[in-house]
Design a protein. Structure first.
Length: 559
């Protein structure tokens, strides 16, 4: 640019300042005609600008690809960790935390790019300082020493405050995210409770807190840059005063020295600013990076659940279920707990029988179901399938033999067929099998839907009643043609009419499938072959409904 300016201002002088070898290599018109020289310089400048822009764009493109690839890899690993980790570990890491970490994954890629920029700028600054020291050792060494001490003191002072602000912003983001989760998943309850206004006010308050903390964080991030610029030009002023009043240098000497120092500052200050800005970004992203690192490190502290597709074919032959499922001296203790949640559980579920599991809340029913299903594994004792211990490696094989109906099934915003075939998600839907599963589950409402099994059910099954959603869940369980059907409080949220309809559906499955029914209501288990009564993590009684239910009912009446 300086050559271009000089060529326009004084072509003859600019031509004379060119090195002899460059003048000799110029075409004859350019060497004799200043106008041609100006055109040549302008053309070269245009070419250099084009090359610079190309390299800048290429660097930006590659940096963006690297950043997004890193962020994608991090989010993918977080997702896989959550999906394949043991069930107890997934329970202990709330879904809100995992969903927030998915969004935090993008900070990993950004931080890698920022770290590379920080390293590049740091190397460039060191190289330029070394060049300055070689050219002007006295002033350069004094400048390096002064700026080095100031930078260390400044960063040491600001580091803790920036870490505190970064953590405050991180906490504010989590608080806002959790409130968003509450508003989405509990919208109906919050609206019926008349808490819509309070929810909005709380959200606005958390957003204001986020804005304030983020503003403080940005201010701290700019402080080193502003300080550096002020110190840079203050130093030039001090050097000028030193040359004038202390050394009494000539104007030529002052001009040369100040020109040199100003040129150095003109190159160094932007580099230093970018370095400090990158450092501030890394500090700002630190809580997100630590959260991801902690989450991924926890993966190594637990045993990862094998994928069903990874199970050896030999396991399929060794886990036949044709006689009984037996629990032998089964106990379970949650990690970091001092007491057993389940103690010495012993009972048998015969093949093609219907067994009821009753007990008050906190009696251990849910934990016992998780052990029977293979999601958890006993602390001591064994779950035996036809005499074969249900080891962790066999759990995926056992999963393929189960049908599970929860209290509140998740109905996706898809067609009825997609909901029924959810266990085969990603595979072509077998429409004949969907039809069979719906008939077994008594989904007699299909004909009333506009498009039959291709009708979109809406978010959480908005187009269906509670009883119909429950039947869809039963059909989903039956789509797998399970060897053990588990109904986990499947009718506790239904009214009497819908409950009776589901009971009739389940009764029609008796003696065709092995069924385990977990229930609070006594009417739910009256048709069972065997009832297991749980209390305080142990078995209170086992027997037929006529033997157990009167005792259980009497206990409830006395409480």
């Amino acid at each position: 640019m300086a050559l271009l300016t000089g060529a326009f201002a004084s072509p003859d002088k600019a031509l004379g300042q060119l090195p002899s070898f460059l003048r000799l290599s110029l075409p004859q018109p350019a060497a004799t005609d200043p106008r041609v020289l100006i055109l040549a310089v302008t053309t070269c400048t245009t070419g250099l600008i084009a090359l610079k822009n190309y390299l800048t764009t290429l660097t930006l493109w590659q940096s963006t690809l690297f950043s997004e690839a890193t962020a994608t890899a991090a989010r993918s690993r977080i997702f896989r960790t959550f999906v394949h980790a043991p069930f107890i570990w997934a329970l202990q890491n709330g879904t809100s935390r995992v969903l927030f970490l998915f969004t935090s994954g993008q900070f990993l890629g950004q931080s890698f790019v920022t770290l590379m920029q920080c390293t590049t700028n740091g190397i460039t600054i060191v190289a330029m300082l070394c060049g300055l020291i070689l050219v002007s050792p006295t002033f350069s060494l004094a400048l390096v020493a002064m700026f080095g001490v100031i930078a260390v003191l400044m960063l040491k002072h600001l580091r803790r405050r920036m870490e505190e602000r970064a953590q405050a912003v991180f906490d504010a983001e989590i608080a806002t995210h959790n409130l968003q989760q509450l508003s989405v998943h509990a919208l109906k309850e919050m609206r019926l409770a008349g808490k819509g206004g309070d929810l909005c006010n709380a959200y606005d308050e958390r957003l204001r807190h986020f804005v304030v903390t983020r503003g403080q964080q940005q201010l701290l991030g700019r402080t080193p840059i502003n300080t550096l610029e002020f110190l840079g030009f203050s130093t030039l002023t001090l050097i000028l005063a030193f040359l004038v009043f202390i050394q009494d240098e000539s104007l030529a000497r002052i001009s040369a020295t100040m020109g040199f120092m100003a040129a150095a500052a003109w190159r160094l200050l932007p580099m230093g600013s970018r370095f400090l800005e990158a450092w501030a970004i890394l500090k700002r992203n630190t809580p997100h990076l630590l959260g991801i690192a902690t989450f991924l490190q926890e993966k190594h502290a637990v045993e990862v659940t094998p994928n069903r597709n990874d199970t050896h074919p030999q396991a399929l032959r060794h886990l036949a279920f044709s006689r009984e499922l037996r629990l032998s001296e089964v106990s379970y203790r949650f990690p970091h707990s001092d007491t057993d949640t389940l103690r010495n559980i012993n009972f048998t579920i015969p093949h093609h029988s219907m067994v009821g599991l009753i007990g008050a809340s906190g009696s251990g029913k849910t934990t016992l179901v998780n052990l029977i299903s293979g999601l958890l594994h006993p602390t001591s004792g064994h779950v035996l399938i036809d005499g074969t211990p249900l080891e962790p490696a066999l759990a995926p094989t056992w999963f393929s033999k189960l049908g599970y109906v929860p209290q509140s099934p998740h109905i996706i915003d898809g067609t009825l067929a997609e909901n029924v075939a959810l266990s085969k998600w990603g595979e072509p839907i077998d429409r004949n099998r969907v039809q069979w599963a719906c008939s077994v589950a008594a989904c007699d409402f299909i004909d009333s839907l506009e498009q039959g099994m291709d009708t979109v059910l809406g978010e959480r099954g908005a187009r269906l009643s509670g009883g119909q959603n429950q039947r869809v869940a039963i059909a989903r369980a039956m789509y797998e043609d399970p060897e053990l059907l588990i109904l986990d409080e499947a009718t506790s949220a239904l009214d009497i009419k819908n409950e009776q309809a589901i009971h009739a559906t389940v009764a029609a499955l008796k003696n065709k499938f092995t069924i385990l029914i977990v229930a609070h209501r006594l009417s739910t288990v009256q048709g069972c072959d065997l009832v297991v009564w749980m209390e305080d993590g142990a078995i209170k009684g086992i027997g037929t409904p006529s033997e157990i239910l009167p005792q259980y009912e009497a206990t409830l009446s006395s409480q």
